[in-house]
Every structure is written in C-alpha cells, then in structure tokens.
Design a protein around this ligand. Structure first.
Ligand SMILES: Nc1ncnc2c1ncn2[C@@H]1O[C@H](COP(=O)(O)OP(=O)(O)OP(=O)(O)O)[C@@H](O)[C@H]1O
Ligand SMILES: [Mg+2]
Length: 215
C-alpha cells in the first residue's frame, strides 16, 4: 500500500458518514477505512464561528487527536508488547488526501467482508439477540472499569464484530475544555455511568420503535 502519495478520495463514494466525518474504504486494501472531516462540516463551522476559525490550532482534527490519544493510552498499559484492545477501533496512521488529513483505521467487517453493522443496525434489523446483548454487557463492563475516556457512547458508534464483541469506532477521548476526567478516575467513572444509562435508554427507544414499525 502506497502511504506517501496523497490519496484521491473525490471520485470515491463514502461507505459511512455521520455528523462530522466521511468514511471511505481504502482503494488498495478493503480492510482499511479512510476517515476525513466532512468539508461541509468545516464550512458550516467556520461560517458560524469566526473566532474558532481564527484561533484554530488543531481545529477540525481535534476528534482525530482525541481518538489517537486514547489509542496510545490503551497501548501504554502494556509497554513493549503487542496489546491491541478488542473494544477499540484500531488506528493505523494519518495520511494526506485531497480532502485533508485522514485517519487510517482498521475496518470492522461482517462475515461477507462488508462493513459490520452498528448496534443501531442490529436493533433496527432485529438481529440484537441474546448473544449480542451479552456482548454489550461485556463491552459496557470494560468501558466502565478501564481508564478509557469516552465522550459519545451511542448505538451508531459501536460496530459488531462477528467474532462476538462490540468495537467502539468513534466517540473516544475527552471533549471537555479542561480535561479533568483524565486525571480523576472517580469523575471519569461517574461520567461513564451516566453515558451507560443513556445508551441503555437509547437501546430501549430503538427497540420500541422497531417493534412499533413491525406491527
Ligand atoms: N472502524 C470501522 N469499522 C466499520 N465501520 C465503521 C468504522 N468506522 C466508521 N464506520 C462506519 O462509518 C460511520 C461513520 O463513522 P464515524 O462514527 O467515525 O463518523 P461520524 O459519525 O461522522 O463522527 P461523529 O460521530 O463525530 O459525527 C459509522 O457509524 C459506521 O457505520
Ligand atoms: Mg459516529
């Protein structure tokens, strides 16, 4: 894979997109995803907030920086050893593209080699069964008991690895201006308890909607 020549994303169709990012499959390796900040998001944000535009340092790449810090922090627990965390998206690096700097990440894939479903997809397609629910409990237990920092724990940000575990593909790190949770495990855990309550509520709402839609 050529990592040095800037990648041309403009002719490609994104395979995923949320509020902030466009996600492409790497044209040379389908196991790799290329994440860029959506140029439309940057435009909107700059128009709305001139101060932000002038003062930006890391700017729109803040989300990437947060994810990378958490990635490195999890590896720092096992210095000098191979120790990927099954519950966190694996980050492979940063490259240049015609849509700005991009984060290269390992794709979570389903049995057919397509992008894995998110927790939302599973619920909406009525594939959120006993096994998936147990795996979610294992994930939430890890999220709460590890030191990981989380800001956006939602059904869109968890991908289902068909091996039987959930992977957080977005929403890691601390968004606060003063990153107090990074130095206070107690506050971090308190905050994560709230996030876990919220995702349980979100799941309930999605399940109710799905049931109502199928009636
Ligand atoms: N590592 C991954 N493996 C499989 N699918 C992924 C992966 N990363 C992202 N996706 C897919 O792309 C979608 C969007 O990705 P992501 O959540 O990173 O961007 P985003 O939602 O725009 O970010 P934000 O939540 O900050 O607005 C996901 O909901 C998911 O469907
Ligand atoms: Mg997302």
């Amino acid at each position: 894979m050529d990592l040095i020549t800037p990648l041309h994303l403009a002719p490609l169709d994104p395979v995923g997109q949320g509020a902030q990012k466009l996600v492409f499959r790497h044209p040379e390796d389908p196991r790799v995803l290329v994440k860029v900040v959506n140029p439309r998001f940057i435009e909107r944000r700059d128009k709305r907030d001139r101060f932000y535009q002038k003062r930006r340092h890391i700017g729109h790449h803040r989300a990437f920086a947060r994810e990378m810090i958490e990635h490195l922090a999890s590896r720092a627990l096992a210095p000098g050893r191979l120790a990927p965390c099954p519950h966190m998206q694996n980050i492979l690096g940063v490259i240049d593209t015609d849509m700005g700097a991009a984060l290269l990440v390992e794709a979570v894939l389903d049995e057919n080699g397509d992008l894995a479903p998110t927790l939302r997809d599973l619920i909406e397609s009525e594939r959120y069964g006993e096994r998936e629910q147990q795996a979610l409990e294992t994930f939430l237990d890890w999220a709460l008991t590890s030191n990981v920092l989380i800001n956006d724990l939602s059904a869109d940000n968890l991908a289902w690895n068909p091996d039987g575990h959930f992977v957080m593909i977005d929403g890691l790190g601390d968004r606060a201006g003063i990153p107090i949770r990074a130095v206070s495990p107690w506050l971090n855990r308190l905050y994560k308890r709230k996030k876990i309550r919220q995702i349980r509520d979100e799941i309930q709402v999605l399940q109710n909607q799905t049931r109502a839609d199928t009636l």
